[in-house]
Design a protein around this ligand. Structure first.
Ligand SMILES: [Ca+2]
Ligand SMILES: [Ca+2]
Ligand SMILES: [Ca+2]
Length: 277
């Protein structure tokens, strides 16, 4: 190589200032190399001249890569954490919604049960109130009935099975007898049952009762207009002997339920009035 350079006909033109000239170029190059050659004391291992310039970039790239990996891992971690937090929040919201829905359903059912119970109690209260009113009214009627019975008994009336009976102490015709009863707020007695017949028989009276066929012969009707259904006629009666259209009860019989006789309405007899209380 030194020989090629030295054989060039055109001598090398040196443009450098004289001050910078170095006659010994190789010596200058080697001195520069030595000046930049790292020494073992700097901690840098000697290597090839080309790789020593790329190493910092490689370290930086590795660090940058690691940083990217860490950053990516962080992003993935945050994403997982965020998704899990959202899922937990949704689960809590769903659980709360289900809990609220269940509570609302239970509360509605309980409210309906209470409403039903309230309605039943209200109905029961109304029934009790109605019963109380009826009993109060019945009590008033009983008190009035007792008062009327007491008053009439003091005037000589008899009481039997919700009826008061007035027994005359004089005699009159059937029609006059009825007028006397009506003047007392009553009427001639209507015998509705075997028990009532027996009760009257035991009074040992011969008296008018409220039965007549004066309107139509043979068609017996009570003074309230109702037809006769069961008659307690004596033997051979009624016989309408000499036009007998009014009925008397008399005690001169052995059988207490066979004591009636049709009699002439103008004859005078005792009479029995009846007032239902
Ligand atoms: Ca009667
Ligand atoms: Ca007759
Ligand atoms: Ca007769």
């Amino acid at each position: 190589m030194s020989e090629g350079v030295y054989e060039n006909p055109e001598p090398f033109k040196d443009d450098e200032p004289d001050a910078m000239k170095n006659t010994d170029i190789d010596g200058q190059i080697y001195s520069n190399v030595r000046a930049f050659k790292p020494s073992p004391r700097d901690g840098i291992v000697a290597s090839e001249p080309d790789s020593s310039g790329k190493r910092p970039f490689l370290v930086a790239a590795v660090c940058l890569g690691l940083l990217c990996v860490l950053l990516l891992a962080g992003i993935i971690g945050l994403s997982v954490y965020y998704n899990r937090a959202i899922k937990d929040s949704e689960d809590k919201r769903n659980n709360l919604s289900q809990s609220c829905s269940l509570y609302k359903t239970n509360a509605t059912a309980e409210r309906d049960q209470l409403q039903t119970r309230y309605n039943n109690l209200t109905e029961e209260r109304d029934q009790l109130q109605t019963r109380y009113n009826n009993l109060t009214e019945e009590k008033g009627h009983i008190q009035l009935k007792l008062f009327v019975i007491e008053q009439h008994c003091q005037e000589g009336w008899r009481y039997f099975d919700s009826s008061l009976y007035f027994l005359s102490t004089e005699t009159k015709t059937w029609e006059k007898s009825r007028q006397d009863c009506q003047g007392r707020g009553a009427d001639l007695v209507i015998i509705n049952s075997r028990e009532e017949q027996t009760f009257l028989f035991n009074l040992h009276l011969r008296a008018w009762i409220g039965l007549t066929d004066s309107v139509t012969e043979g068609i017996w009707k009570w003074v309230d207009g109702t037809p006769l259904t069961t008659g307690y006629w004596g033997k051979g009666q009624p016989d309408d002997y000499g036009q007998e259209d009014c009925v008397e009860i008399y005690y001169g019989q052995d059988d207490p339920v066979k004591t009636w006789n049709d009699e002439n309405c103008h004859k005078y007899h005792d009479w029995i009035c009846e007032k239902v209380v």
